[in-house]
Design a binder for this molecule. Structure first.
Ligand code: C5J
Length: 218
């Protein structure tokens, strides 16, 4: 057992039962010329998460990707219609069809590319537990604690942490390894997790997580 300095109080970290979960660090969200940038967002606000996440990734790894089947059979009509976007999910975009599996924009960014055999969970929703086998994968490995990185803080990261919390996992969200296109949502997204005694989990810095990670199995 190791202690991670975290808010609202120190986290009792059990490396044998912990997994690093990296949410949706995909080209379409993080690269200039991707879907996020095409919607008018500043991708630099997300890209600051890459270096610290890479340092954590050298210690332990598991990824998710948001995206859909090429025939879009798993894309709910409500998700497709939301935002009335002229170019939305499934449409041709600057990096191939937007958020479609197998397309360049759907790929995890090269800086964080998964190793062969590393778990990658393809998810059709915002939460990583919805319509995926993530829960079974974690339970079969005896995982009860998640160290969470990725984008975006208020959407896929928050949704996943809330899903995980309801399923009995303890989540530590790494503040400098999660990012939002909106600074105010970054701040509130983290505050909501640690509020009320840690209603959804803990928030820690990558530096404080790194000090506890040497004990973690890869
Ligand atoms: C969004 C995500 N923001 N990964 N997806 O649509 O947060």
């Amino acid at each position: 057992m190791a202690i991670i300095e975290a808010e609202p109080y120190p986290f009792e970290f059990d490396p044998a039962r912990a997994s690093l979960l990296i949410i949706d660090m995909q080209r379409d969200f993080l690269e200039p010329g991707g879907f996020g940038a095409a919607l008018g967002n500043d991708v630099l606000l997300l890209r600051r998460t890459i270096a610290p996440t890479r340092r954590l990734l050298e210690k332990a790894r598991a990824h998710t990707r948001e995206g859909h089947r090429p025939d879009l059979a798993d894309l709910p009509p409500a998700k497709k219609a939301r935002g009335k976007l002229p170019t939305g999910i499934g449409d041709p975009g600057p990096m191939g069809r937007i958020l479609v599996r197998g397309e360049p924009g759907h790929d995890i960014i090269p800086e964080l590319r998964p190793l062969p055999g590393e778990p990658v969970v393809d998810k059709p929703g915002k939460g990583a537990f919805h319509a995926t086998d993530l829960d079974a994968m974690l339970k079969n490995r005896g995982i009860t604690q998640l160290i969470v990185c990725g984008v975006t803080t208020e959407v896929c990261v928050n949704t996943t942490v809330r899903e995980a919390n309801d399923r009995g996992y303890d989540c530590v969200v790494v503040a400098d390894c999660v990012g939002s296109y909106f600074p105010e949502f970054q701040e509130m997204g983290l505050r909501m997790i640690k509020a009320q005694g840690g209603i959804f989990g803990w928030v820690a810095s990558s530096e404080d997580v790194m000090t506890a990670l040497p004990a973690m199995a890869p």
